[in-house]
Structures are given as C-alpha cells and as structure tokens.
Design a protein around this ligand. Structure first.
Ligand SMILES: [Fe+2]
Length: 301
C-alpha cells in the first residue's frame, strides 16, 4: 500500500525536503519523501521546484528543464528549508513568528540521514531525561539528572506544548559562559516538526529557537533537518553548525539503536523505560490526529 492510501494526515501535510543552502541554482537534488522518489531544484533566487521522479535517477549533471520529467508538487520556501507535500496540503505551513524577529540569526547546521522513523527523532528531541547521559558536559551533567515537574497542554492551534521545563546545563549554547538553569518550552506543531525555545545565555529574558524538521523518507528512515534562529551575533557560522552537529551526532546512535523503528502509539508500549509526560502527550496526540505513517499500533506489536 502506498503512503497516500495509508495515511492522508501525513500525505496532505507539508514536509521539508532540503535546506536552502544545499540547493545551488540549477542543480538537481534527488531525495525520497514518504516512500516516493522526488527531485528538487532551484531555478533562480526566488523559484524552487519539486517534482515526482519515479525513475529516481541521478540528475545532478542534467540541464534543469531536461531533468523535470514528472508532475510538479507544491513548493514553499520557509525557515531555511524547501517544503513540499505529495498530495494537496490541507492547511498552511505552521507559524514560527520568531523567524521574522529583528536581531535573530537563522542558521541551518545540517541535514542528517538517520536509520529510524522520523517520529522517534521528534520524540527524542522532546526528551529532557537523556541530557546528562547522552550530552554529558554540554546539555546536562551528573548529579543534575532529575527531570523536574513541568506542564504539557494542547494549545488552541492543536499543538503539543510543554512549558516550565527547567534543567541545569553546563554549556547550554555556544555562547554560554558556564553552567546555568535553563528554561525550556517545547512546541510540536505537526507530527514531524518540533520547536524548542530555550533561555538565551546572553539575554536570559529571551529565548533562542532551535527547530527540528524531520523528512520522513520511509517509515523506518528519516532525514533530520536542523534549523536555529538564535540571539548570538558573535559566534562564527562554522562554530554554530559544529555545536549543533556535535549534539545531534550524540543522539544519532541512540536513535538508530531502537529495534522497532516506528513509534508505538499503544500507551502500554515501552512505558517502563519511557514515562515522560511530553512523550505520552505526543503519542496520544498522534493517535488522536489519526497518524499511521511511522507508527505501530497495538495489533501490530
Ligand atoms: Fe539529544
């Protein structure tokens, strides 16, 4: 069964398929979205194209017009990425007002292929408890291993939101000068998108924005596109990228260690190891939306 027949919620949604910096003008980039081979390209500064590419051939060296062989798909450029939908999108792309705030610095640290389902990557991004053990000395350290109580709600836009999260972090950001208690807010606007707001080290009354846009390649493989929009005018672009890629490099082997690469939505599944409130709310929310792509139901376990 193809992805469309299987899950209209996901197939009629926007998904990231490339970081803009990875798309030089005129060059064709082949990728896969929801088991569907596609190609993407930038015709000029303003025009981006996405099309179905059933032959899935390397078209890197072809003139652009010769490479476009399949029907075109919707394409929109936002938050440093090109977004598309393999069917008709049912709603606009989620909002991220901070992207337009003056003084913020957008950066695309990189896009990383991960051998696990995309929903696993989002759930890991929402998990505070792994910081001291996986990101030791950066996002956490012993003895500060306790996850303090926080609040999880569904907001008016039907997004999962976790507020009042706090964690002591040795190096919360590249421009942090020492350990500090960092405040977190998580937003999950769509099943494969998560946004983190965390205390900015140099302006503690404001939040840095760190987003994870996940491209579901298949149900068991994904590409994690990172995007940050932070209040740091002094660090070099290379250093910012390296900091984020180091953190994700620590998550990647953990993610790939899951034997079941799809996310179980049955509340009884995996509960002894994962009783996290945001994770539970995320799984319930996915079930309520009717998401099936990348999930495993009780009957399949
Ligand atoms: Fe992590």
């Amino acid at each position: 069964m193809n992805a469309t027949a299987r899950d209209p919620v996901i197939c009629n949604d926007w998904h990231p398929v490339a970081g803009c910096i990875d798309l030089p003008i005129g060059r064709v980039h082949s990728t896969v979205l929801l088991d569907t081979p596609i190609a993407v390209a930038r015709r000029d500064e303003q025009t981006y194209l996405v099309w179905l590419d059933p032959e899935h051939r390397c078209r890197h060296h072809m003139p652009l017009d010769a490479a476009i062989i399949g029907p075109t798909l919707p394409a929109t450029l936002r938050y440093g990425h090109l977004w598309t939908s393999i069917d008709e999108p049912r709603h606009p792309l989620f909002s991220l007002p901070e992207a337009d705030e003056a003084g913020r610095r957008p950066c695309h640290p990189g896009s990383i292929g991960v051998h696990t389902g995309g929903l696993r990557a989002i759930e890991n991004f929402l998990d505070l408890a792994h910081f001291p053990f996986v990101h030791t000395g950066i996002l956490g350290a012993e003895p500060y291993t306790e996850v303090l109580d926080y609040t999880v709600t569904i907001n008016d836009a039907n997004e999962v939101v976790a507020t009042e999260c706090r964690f002591v972090q040795p190096q919360a950001a590249l421009n942090a000068t020492g350990a500090a208690e960092i405040h977190y807010i998580y937003r999950v606007p769509r099943p494969y998108t998560a946004i983190l707001y965390k205390t900015c080290p140099l302006q503690p009354e404001r939040f840095d924005v760190i987003a994870l846009f996940v491209q579901p390649v298949t149900e068991t493989r994904c590409i994690a596109h990172q995007w940050i929009c932070i209040l740091d005018s002094s660090s070099s672009e290379a250093a910012l990228r390296q900091f984020q890629l180091t953190i994700f490099g620590q998550d990647k082997p953990i993610l790939e260690n899951h034997r079941e690469k799809r996310l179980p939505l049955d509340p009884r599944a995996e509960m002894p190891v994962r009783a996290d409130a945001t994770s539970s709310a995320y799984r319930r929310w996915l079930a309520g939306l009717g998401v099936r792509y990348g999930t495993i139901s009780a009957s399949q376990q």
